[in-house]
Write a new protein. Sequence first.
Lengths: 282, 304
Amino acid sequence: MSALNPHDPASPLLLEVENLTMRFGGLTALDNLSLQVPAGKVTSIIGPNGAGKTTFFNCLTGFYKPTEGSVRMHHPQRGPMLLNQMPSYHVARKAGVVRTFQNIRLFPNMTVLENLMVAQHNALQHASRFSLAGLLGLKDYRQAREAALEKARTWLTRLNLLDRADTVTGNLSYGTQRRIEIARALCVDPLLLCLDEPAAGLNPRESAELNELLLYLSREHGKGILLIEHDMSVVMRVSDHICVLNFGHKIAEGSPQHIQQDPHVIKAYLGEEDKDTEEAAA
Amino acid sequence: MGQFIQQLINGLTLGAVYGLIALGYTMVYGIIGMINFAHGDVYMVSAIMAVTFITLLSALGISSVPLMLVLVLVIVIALTSVYGWTVERTAYRPLRNSTRLAPLISAIGMSIFLQNMVQITQGARVKPVPTLLPGSLELFTANGFTVHLAYTQILIVLVTVALLIGFTALITRTSFGRQQRACEQDRTMTALLGINVDRTISLTFMLGAALAAVAGVMVTVYYGVVDFSIGFVAGIKAFTAAVLGGIGSLPGAMLGGLIIGMIESFWSAYLSPEYKDVATFVILILVLMFRPSGLLGRPEVEKV
């Protein structure tokens, strides 16, 4: 595979991970991982439980400080920036990287719409001038608020959630909450969307809708998507590129077709073929 | 009858003050899950500052009472907010990721520090100020008992109501309020959406201190005397109010404040003024035993 060029207009390089290592005491959760994620494509990370997938996400979003290596975001306007040296909130605000969690982390006591408004607070806060304009209901603030509501409604409509806008999120079903989490992440206007097992707990119909959404976001909106997923029906259908981790090592990388036939991957997922069985079969 | 109405008025005034302080406790608890035991002393500092500035402004020849009140309020609110910010920045933020007990101990240390600082710099004597708003309305007389409504009491209730309206609008309708509620529910996720959580927490401390400052100025104007030790008892009572209302609940803090104010006022009038503090603390114990989530609080649901 040729190295991605950040200036290639078709799919510019967004995220460049170089020799990322994360150790917890004696345990090496990520070992010398290098990876490139382009815009407008879906890049998946798969691997058995404990392979280091979520640790990788935590290193991207400032949750963990990697032991070694670097995570560089190539922002089309602001240039390259090192995510591993940024505070968490800059990762979303400045670098445009937003993630979702394996276990849903919505604000359960807020309505769906409020959840989406929290994600747009930077624009609102700017317009509200220390909350004064907001309290007094000045024109600037009302316009910013209208724009934020409009964006929230656009994504709610796209994700078939508009009729739930004023429901308190804690009361909604699991599948719906998952979609709200994605809608909320989209309200941050991310360049790179990192989804941690978005298909977990979804029924087949919801899962098919998710596939369609991921392809839509990457193809139509040019968003880079980094996906951790166990559900192979999602991974194989939407991924442009797959990276397989096992015990923190990258054991394979390539297109879905390539990965499905890779002996290392089969070994990691199914275990090594037992010599005794082989002999018995012979 | 007359006595009853009079105590109702007194209780309401006292309750408004406790409620304002209690809001600071409950907001801080809501956002970082700790009891800011230095909050009562921040309130005390604001009362001392009120004495200073009332004296100073009178010396400068400001004789208009409304102008004086507005000036003192603005100055004291601004300075007390800086105290709130400093307390958080120096005593709590460095301990943000340590054990739950550490910031609590640091809070008690901060409380002792503030008290001693004021005692050393201002002296331990009780500080009087001239009455700014003398006089009262005579409402009615029943059985030889005249019910008074002091102008200061009207002022306290009006300022508190106005402040609560503004404060409620801030929390429920502005972007800052939404950000603050988001931090209460999930700080990590809030940061990952691009919100500066540390700044939101700082602003929350400043807001809590500002409300305490209003209470401090009002109490100074109402009673006319303050000293370095008023923060402790007022703080514990406001804390009781916050727990009674349901810690973490903003309307609960105000409701708790009013109830504590009423109880104290009626207890002093009908039973014994010496034991009025006991009444408050018995309530604290009873609430903790039988309804730890308070009147308006949500019981904490353990996630599985």
